[in-house]
Design a protein around this ligand. Sequence first.
Ligand SMILES: *Cc1c(COP(=O)(O)O)cnc(C)c1O
Length: 392
Amino acid sequence: MIAALMPTYNRADLAFERGEGAWLWTNDGRRFLDFGAGIATSSLGHAHPHLVRAIAEQAGKVMHVSNLYRIPGAEKLAQRLVNASFADSVFFCNSGAEANEGMIKMIRKAQAESGHSERYRIICFHGGFHGRTLATLAATGNEKYLKGFGPVVPGFDHVPLNNLNALRDAIAPETAGVIVEPIQGEGGIRAATPEFLRGLRAACDEFGLIFGIDEVQTGVGRTGTLFAHEQSGITPDVMSLAKGLGGGFPIGAVLAREFVAKHLVAGTHGTTFGGNPLACAAANAVLDVTLAEGFLDHVRDISAYLRAGLTRLTAEFPTILADLRGRGLLIGLGLHIPQADFAAALLAEGVLSVNAGDNVVRLLPPLIATRADCDAGLELIHQAVTKLAVRS
Ligand SMILES: *Cc1c(COP(=O)(O)O)cnc(C)c1O
């Protein structure tokens, strides 16, 4: 008989009851180091006092009013995101897929309203991931996820990442824009090179295309800068955020330059929940921490420390570990052994990780992780790999 909770996930047989910082405890008292952060989402770790207080206080006042009224917390959050980015205006929603849907609609609408209704196609990249709604699945383009769900939403073309010739060849009179992840997360921590992103920007300018960037996983400090694209020196025209933005509370956002955003006038797009007072209180609390003086320096410092340890580990166990990928606290370990074996070995030592494509295991510590957390993690991972090496 089917479980009451629909079995769309192969869940580990663990139920966490509480957490503190980078650590989680199960209902039977076992402790785990959370180097998955709920898939790069629990950016402030667990039970962060400032986030907890902000949510509790807002919940005690008003959680939801709908977008039929002004929401001061949303106005404040939007202004802070505008001040900290290339964008002029922000739309709030509830998830990464919904943010990408909004981004796709904005790209198409901006082209249509500026006299190019023939331009509706969007170029995306092999190995990318943009969500599970029908349009974001089409943008993702992964056959495995599309199978059985009927006709694929039209309007998406796919080319290899980091290949400017293939990108330029794919541009057609119907092309409206591109959507790229600065570092592919689900795809295996595969980075778009800075040269490729700059070439992409140049191609968009040359052909009048809108440059969309999916920072659902890379955004809000995860890679050591507030947004990952900052490190390549380009600015996109529109960007999606979600995962880390609410520190575990669901919220997504589409940030856009004025020439893109201005076409989504009243009545063209909407959401009941998006940007409600509770979600915005959570995201504002996350920004209080993330934008505080020195916090991103901390992320870069912790990242360098952890990566140095993982580099030593990779050198010590070359038959198990193939390479070290990613930036900041978006870390991938390329493997020579099956991913499932490696993740199980980490779990047996009490370390949570997240699988990715390309036979990679992701380590995504909360951004507030300390050196002591990293020391604990490195020791536990070392034990796990040592046992794997003995077995193989
Ligand atoms: C997780 C993810 C999404 C989808 O986000 P959901 O909140 O699961 O809908 C989209 N894009 C990227 C890059 C992601 O990592």
